[in-house]
Design a protein around this ligand. Sequence first.
Ligand code: NAD
Length: 360
Amino acid sequence: MAYKITLIPGDGIGPEITEVAKRCIETTGLEIEWDIKMAGEECIEKFGTPIPEETIKSIENNKICLKGPITTPIGTGFRSINVFLRQYFNLYVCLRPFKIYKGAKTKYENVDIVVIRENMEDLYSGIEFEKGKEDTKELIKFIEKKRKIKLSENTGISIKPISVENSERIIRFGFEYAKKNKRKKVTVVHKANIMKYSDGLFLEVANRISKEYPEIEYEDKIVDNMSMQLVQKPEIYDVLVCPNLYGDILSDLCAGIIGGLGLSPGANIGEDIAIFEPTHGSAPKYKGQNKVNPSAMILAGVLMLDYLGEIEAAEKIERALAQVIEEGKYVTYDFKNSGEECVGTFEMGKAIIEKMGGKW
Ligand code: NAD
């Protein structure tokens, strides 16, 4: 079956790494029609927006998108396109696998963690009250009246909503993912001892849903303890399910454990639309230099093929990438100590494609 996939090269280092990922995917022999669409800084002049309508329509129609990193323009009034896309398409799951590949620059071994982060609510819902504004003063009065807590009038307030509905769907997704991928343990992360009605609710839902999956080991961990445990013994963790903020922070912690953002892909998944991307940004200072690591972008492609059920093709790419990293000959600067010989983005891509039996 031929797939039609929206491909957004993005900006900064995006076009270089997406080119490599695209060629790796094509080398699997799958039939793919790429619907290449623009987004990012360059669109502002042409379309007056960093995310043109035709790009949004393409994702809506194809339902699947591979996306390079996109710069969030500062001082133009445009907010993050990445956040916009997640909210617009209701992509409530952020899935990020963290696996150590032999040859990666890390002190750890045998780590294979998947972080599943709720993507829509929590402190990211954008409900904010600025210090000194009229409605903030009203809210402060309301809190004083209802909770007998007097806040300083110089207080800014961010609201943290966590609902049963959103908690249910992310926790269920976590358990279903574990079941489908033969994972053994789900750890739900929270701070329910302090935030009883938001994190407490998340935990309550997790306790309930976990009972439907007796074959999967279940535990919960308070986020501060979880952070320490991850640093001390990351190899004992499997699938982590987190509300938005803890998921964000622990994801970067896990990226640090496995050797950096250059190796960490992400998927934003909704009911029927999914967007796959590397989790690093557009690193504008390296734009057009054939320098950066294409692995996270290639692994985003692997995640996408997994999602499409093209397991063999996904494994083929991942195996070749792992071999190239382990051999350590055709790898980018971030795998090496400064002064050691390395190659560029395209040379690493070429080595991976040749390992797959293809030709650049
Ligand atoms: P960044 O991830 O782009 O880069 C930070 C540093 O990480 C780089 O200078 C580089 O040293 C290293 N790095 C990043 N990717 C690498 C790779 N593939 N190989 C080797 N080294 C790599 O973060 P930033 O500089 O904070 O952000 C730049 C822009 O990207 C901002 O506009 C930001 O908003 C945007 N951004 C976009 C996304 C996305 O599209 N999903 C995610 C994060 C940041």
